[in-house]
Ligand binder design. Structure first.
Ligand code: G2I
Length: 457
């Protein structure tokens, strides 16, 4: 399936969303222009990244959402989340055919309530396979893998901005070969098969290949992944992005050619994401360099750190993160925020008024049901909307948004989009009669979604 067959609802244009506009609402409100280093510079990582057209996210361990010190930092600083473990194969399908979405859904719900973007991690991986899958091979394994991809991507459809479709499929060292694994032994085309299945299940999510030790442009592993992406693009395999995990810890350092790596992948026509950043002992210089490199590459969409506090890290003894165990900001935090604030602000639309917080609007009646809009939370770059349907238990509601605004995620319904990407038809999916969505303002902070019709059945 070629990219052109994607539904447009969360296409590349949307990526610009996060992106361009966070500053806009804030600046409009403040009536000021943020200059590098000026007094009005953003004071959190997420808000500052959004001003530069990026996100700043973190891996989240769902069990820690009960820790209020943790959640306070999460909600204040970050506008993107990745499940540290809860969307892995063993977590989601512990027994064949039995899917466990509880923890993952909880994270998605938390993200939605905060307007955070969600990266899904990961659909196909040689590691963290449940026992039943580890023991499989051949066609049986290939089919089980594809079924997992399809089931999971379908379950989360409309809620995931980017999927790490395949994780860590290349070998370390100088061979440039694929990593040997049970999945690899099902045939070299397992990666593209996974991407095709993911595209089919969720045409609106961007699909990434994610790996570690592909940060140094000179490394054979980096070159091998580059050639795979080049090949996929040339053959129309649906790939949208490459994730560089960037664990600069435990023996691998920030390489001086990192920016070359980012821009070289981007030149293939894919976005690049820094997906699991942590740096041993959190040196400010290295963190600053990573931020500056991402900001220098237009297709570098954002940075995710692999945990919030050092005590949350998978390598806590290396203190590789931006907050210490007490939740205090470390020098690396200040370096990252300053680098973000000093970055170039991408061109934006011309906002005039701050987002209205006005009253619910009642749309025109449709064929047998009524859809009532309730405005939800508003952030600098985006806002939530809820729509409640009365008069029918199964329904479809047509919602139009005003470009350049884009819908970035939805919940409690099954969305499809028209070819412009501006008109969403939301169908009931058994989740009740209230659905919702997040809209990125993209430079227009005043427009609000319009209900075009509500049709029963
Ligand atoms: O290893 C660091 C990361 C490398 N890239 C892919 C990531 O998915 C990976 O994350 C780590 C998590 O940070 C760890 O938390 O992946 C590990 C393996 O999946 C995670 O470790 C696992 C332990 O191996 C399990 O024993 C444990 O039950 O964490 C699980 C939950 O705490």
């Amino acid at each position: 399936m070629a990219n052109s067959s994607r539904a447009p609802g969360r296409s590349r244009r949307l990526r610009a969303a996060l992106v361009v506009s966070a500053a806009v609402g804030l600046l409009a409100t403040a009536g000021a222009v943020v200059l590098p280093g000026s007094a009005s510079a953003a004071s959190t990582l997420g808000a500052s990244a959004a001003e530069r057209g990026r996100y700043f996210g973190t891996a989240v361990a769902v069990s820690r959402l009960n820790d209020s010190a943790y959640t306070t930092i999460l909600n204040r600083e970050f506008n993107q989340v990745t499940a540290e473990n809860e969307m892995k194969i063993d977590a989601l399908q512990p027994n064949q055919g039995q899917f466990n979405y509880g923890n993952a859904d909880r994270l998605v719900q938390h993200a939605r309530s905060q307007g955070m973007l969600v990266r899904g991690h990961t659909l196909a991986w040689h590691s963290q396979q449940p026992g039943w899958m580890q023991n499989m091979s051949g066609t049986t394994l290939r089919n089980a893998m594809l079924n997992h991809v399809t089931q999971v991507a379908t379950h989360f459809r409309g809620q995931i901005e980017w999927w790490d479709v395949v994780n860590e499929a290349f070998a370390d060292g100088g061979s440039g070969a694929r990593r040997d694994s049970n999945l690899q032994r099902t045939g070299n085309d397992w990666i593209e098969a996974a991407f095709r299945a993911a595209r089919q299940a969720d045409p609106n999510a961007d699909l990434c290949y994610n790996d570690y030790n592909i940060d140094n442009w000179s490394d054979a592993k980096t070159q091998a992944v580059y050639r795979m992406v080049q090949d996929f693009k040339s053959r129309g395999v649906p790939i949208d992005c490459v994730g560089l995990q960037s664990h600069f810890t435990g023996g691998s350092n920030y390489p001086s050619n990192y920016r070359t790596t980012l821009s070289s992948f981007a030149a293939l026509g894919v976005d690049v994401h820094i997906t699991e950043l942590d740096i041993r002992n959190a040196p400010s210089d290295a963190y600053r360099n990573v931020v500056n490199d991402c900001l220098a590459v237009a297709r570098c969409k954002g940075i995710t750190v692999w945990g919030i506090r050092d005590s949350d890290s998978w390598r806590s003894s290396e203190n590789p993160l931006l907050f210490n165990g007490s939740g205090q900001k470390k020098p690396a935090y200040d370096a990252v925020l300053a680098a973000l604030n000093n970055g170039t602000t991408p061109p934006t639309g011309n906002p005039t008024t701050p987002p209205p917080t006005g009253n619910p609007t009642t749309p025109p009646p449709g064929g047998g049901c009524t859809a009532t809009v309730t405005p939800g939370q508003v952030w600098g770059d985006r806002y939530n909307t809820s729509v409640t349907v009365s008069g029918a238990s199964t329904w479809s509601v047509v919602v139009a948004i005003t470009p350049p605004q884009r819908i970035s995620s939805t919940w409690s319904g099954s969305p499809t989009w028209d070819s412009s990407g501006n008109v969403m038809t939301m169908r009931s999916n058994g989740s009740g009669n209230t659905f919702g969505f997040t809209t990125m303002m993209n430079g227009n902070s005043s427009a609000r979604p319009q209900i075009r019709s509500c049709t029963a059945g």
